[in-house]
Design a protein around this ligand. Sequence first.
Ligand code: ZN
Ligand code: ZN
Length: 404
Amino acid sequence: MTHNLAFITRLHACVAVAALVSGPALAHDATATHYRLFIGDHADGVVRMITLDEPEAHAEFAIDMTPALTVSASGETVFAVQGDAGKVAIIDTGVAFEDHGDHADMKLSDPVLLQSTIFGTKPAHVVEGSGTIAVFDDGSGDITLFGESALRGAEFAPQVIAAGAPHHGLAAPMGDYLVVSVPHEDPELPRVGLQVIDRSGAQIGETISCPGVHGQAQSARVFAFGCHDGIVLATPGEGGAAPVLTHLATDHLGEGNVSTLKGGVALQFFLGNFGSDAVVIIEPGSEEPFRKVDLPTRRVDFALDPAIARNGYILTEDGQLHVLNVLTGEITQSVTVTEPYSMDGHWRDPRPRLAVAGDHIAITDPLHGLVRLVSTTTLQEDRTIPIDGVPYTIVAVGGSGVDH
Ligand code: ZN
Ligand code: ZN
């Protein structure tokens, strides 16, 4: 571990008091658990970092505008997407895991704003797959492709593919291919579908219909995309062949459609929104792949638990947090965690967002300037952490690893 900043030094003290466990690693090695939250401000161009074990150990990064935040699969990088500023700022989280076979080492360092920046006209969706990260630029239709390690290199020179006309699009890397959204010929009309292209931008096969395509997630190498009339699944082709696209209709579920998706980590499933007051559990390959779950009021945000694989967490506008058992499709517990945050008004109004950090659900409470930490097992609020400004978007990184 490096310890060149005050807060990392304090962190060391913390590691020392953590339980010593003898396991596959040497008996004198400490297992440390460490989580960091990165929080985008609703009013200003600021990303703030706090650590859960040492809330006073914090960092702040000045950027251009209120960001949307995406975290890389490794947890080493946070992308602060600033569409209207034509930029994606890139933060090294300072938390990295190194695979040592029977255990992982956790390496902690100071979070830093990297020199590498993605510039564009209006960058939006950041999608990672097969070790490649793709940033779609809505303003140009260009796709910027790179590997995570290239962000730390001396000169960041990503590949840029001109994929077509500008639109609010997305590109999902799958092996040597990309699944990309297809705009309507009339830019005023909704996106028409999805297609597979190779790394030179050439189309492979036919375009599949997926009206208004928006939202994507990956689970066990399969991507799902939301459409106005269902979802499209992209399954890796045999032996490195192009991915296979399949459309699954959701007409039978009633009014609503999927436009935001989260992918299961330990289980293969997706959780999607459906209309304003429901979610849908999606299981690829199942006879009835959709299970719609109605909510008491309109949905504010939702998240999956990477550790407790059966748990989804849904916050509704009445301030209630619900635990959804994705295996049974039942809401097993509901507690009030914030005051009501009405979904009336602009979609961008300050409302809470969720991230799961170990055994806590971290909930931004913008009107109170707080992050609330709610136990994933009891659903009780353990504590609150005051955050400067108006805390809004949030992502979590961290885990447990050996310190030796
Ligand atoms: Zn090790
Ligand atoms: Zn979008």
